[in-house]
Design a binder for this molecule. Structure first.
Ligand code: PGA
Length: 228
């Protein structure tokens, strides 16, 4: 069984959600599918699909206009939440410390955080991949509770380029060895129906985090099928 997490980012509308979710609910698979939707699409009819969010406030509640708390997500039926996706780190200056707070708040409220880590192309070229991953992990994983780690090299996200299998195995093995307890580890970045099976079968890879290919049945269902 592999974990397959779809991340819609800031894309999609209600019709597109209904269309994909109906198809997903009719798809028999031994894999676990989780869909991380924009906040506005989280409520309503979910056709039995497991829901994730793409961000959560590091605060419990209060005067934080525009933010969404873990209790609100829980209330809306969310079971998983992405924490520290590289686009949040890049565009919203999220630090490892904030990511740890977000993940901790999620866990406290019964939501499993999916903590994203990964190096930039500059860091990769400088030979710093392992050091970057280790620092991100040591500063952003919560003290207790269950979580998931997603290894997403920033340069592989939305680029159509993926690391080699040996680069992935090196990174995920470092993650596996660094975590104090055994937690699922995902790979994310430019996954499609052609590369999904091979990447998901790399040792220590428990599943995939999928962006653009998760938006439509035509691209997402073949990935699910290839992992069955
Ligand atoms: P991508 O995005 O599959 O479109 O590269 C992955 C992600 O950002 O989680």
């Amino acid at each position: 069984m592999k974990l397959i997490i779809g991340n819609w980012k800031m894309n999609g509308n209600l019709d597109e959600k209904n269309f994909l979710f109906k198809d997903l609910s009719n798809t028999k698979t031994k894999n676990k599918i989780i869909m991380c939707l924009p906040f506005t699409l989280i409520g309503g009819e979910n056709f039995g699909i497991t829901l994730g969010a793409q961000d959560v406030s590091n605060h419990e509640n209060g005067a934080y206009t525009g933010d969404i708390s873990a209790t609100m997500l829980k209330d809306a039926g969310v079971q998983y939440v992405l924490c520290g996706h590289s686009e949040r780190r890049l565009h919203h200056n999220e630090t490892n410390e904030m990511v740890k707070e977000k993940a901790t708040t999620a866990i406290k409220n019964g939501i499993i955080p999916v903590i994203c880590v990964g190096e930039t192309m500059e860091e990769k070229n400088a030979g710093h991949t392992i050091a970057v991953i280790k620092k991100m992990l040591s500063e952003s994983i919560p003290e207790n509770g269950e979580y998931i780690i997603a290894y997403e090299p920033r340069w592989a996200i939305g680029s159509g380029v993926t690391p080699t299998n040996s680069e992935i195995v090196l990174a995920v093995k470092i993650i596996f060895d660094t975590l104090p307890n055994s937690m699922p580890i995902l790979y994310g970045g430019s996954i499609n129906a052609t590369n999904a099976k091979e990447i998901a079968s790399i040792p220590y890879v428990d599943g995939l985090l999928i962006g653009s290919a998760s938006l439509k049945s035509e691209t997402f269902l073949p990935i699910i099928k290839t992992l069955d």
